[in-house]
Design a protein around this ligand. Sequence first.
Ligand code: AMP
Ligand code: GLY
Length: 423
Amino acid sequence: MNILILGSGGREHTFAWKIIQSPLCNNLFVAPGNSGTNQIATNLDIKVTDFEAIKKAVLSHDINMVVVGPEDPLVQGIHDFFLASESLKHIPVIGPQKAAAELEGSKQFAKEFMMRHNIPTAAYQSFNASNVDEGYDFLETLNPPYVLKADGLAAGKGVLILNDLDEAKAELKSMLVDAKFGNASSKVVIEEFLDGIELSCFVLTDGKNYKILPTAKDYKRIGEGDTGLNTGGMGAVSPVPFATPSFLNKIEERIVKPTISGLQKDNLPYKGFVFIGLIKVGDDPKVIEYNVRMGDPETEVVLPRLKNDLVEIFQAISNQTLNEIDIEIDERAATTIMMVSGGYPEAYEKGKEITGLNNIQDAIPFHAGAIIKDDKIVTSGGRVMAITSYGKTYDEAIKKSYQNIEKLHFDKMYYRKDIGFDL
Ligand code: AMP
Ligand code: GLY
């Protein structure tokens, strides 16, 4: 079959790397893709939210399945767009329909879902511009630090954690009244701060059945020791050593099962990945957020550990026969380290040539913000490339990733040297 992946990051290169290993895949397309996907698939110069252009490409390339990488097209309803079209409705789309994608598209929607289905999460209240004074009063009842979340999609920047009450009030005003994050902060969720260590759980669902993929932990801050600004993710490890069988059992019983049954009860059509951001508070898991897609760079460590044919899994998702699949996981650990452009997550330069890729040994470079220009691989984004390695332990894998990163170079290249420091 012919398959189209939407997206252009390290996550999508990893999907492409995995999908071309399947005998079920004849031709693979990626829109818009990057220099990594260009080497193993056909890149199409189409934006992930340009549904009409995607439709044309699907019909002209005889595409039989669409795998959606990022959240934007899902939240904007790409799955529903396919179902509403006579010529597209028979083509499986991997990713939830719009109503279910609200789990990521609106923090308030996600909180209400969790409350309705008794899924453990931080206590919260939500506010808009008309009751900002009540927001100030609510902040006064809480202990610092204060957690403020823009309701809508804000490119990963919409969560503020503040130690000072006056600063928290000022930020609340800036979000609600001065539209700090545009329309995304027309509503703000204020929630109880949870103190613990974070991890992520990835679940596949066909809307009825579910399968749990390996856990992973990403490192979101730009600076070593988890300091500085939030990024999309600077590295990841899988499995998460503190996710013991009894802890994983709690995640499945208290969170995964009620989430999947909640989707059914609420009539939220879901065929795709559920990414559950968790925090371990004491010995108990609580949900920080839902994402309706895989994580990036978590995909770069989770998919390399999946032994199954991914296309077979996607077919089972589309046919609602996921219960017939046995998930097989590589026992080895996988780690990835993200190389980023100097300055990221603030302003940075692009177009820097990346050298040394031919010297990589025993590691997989997943390209992210990198493109081919004049036959050279050059940087095109903040997160440039994720270097994934396997090891008997995560320590061994991390060492291999670092040994390989040292062979790579571009002007103003930066990476964290302490991934896994807290494990
Ligand atoms: P989110 O975009 O919801 O994943 O939030 C971004 C980051 O903010 C999370 O990865 C956590 O590190 C942190 N965070 C979010 N909510 C809370 C909370 N209630 N307590 C503590 N940290 C939080
Ligand atoms: N690495 C976090 C995310 O993909 O949202």
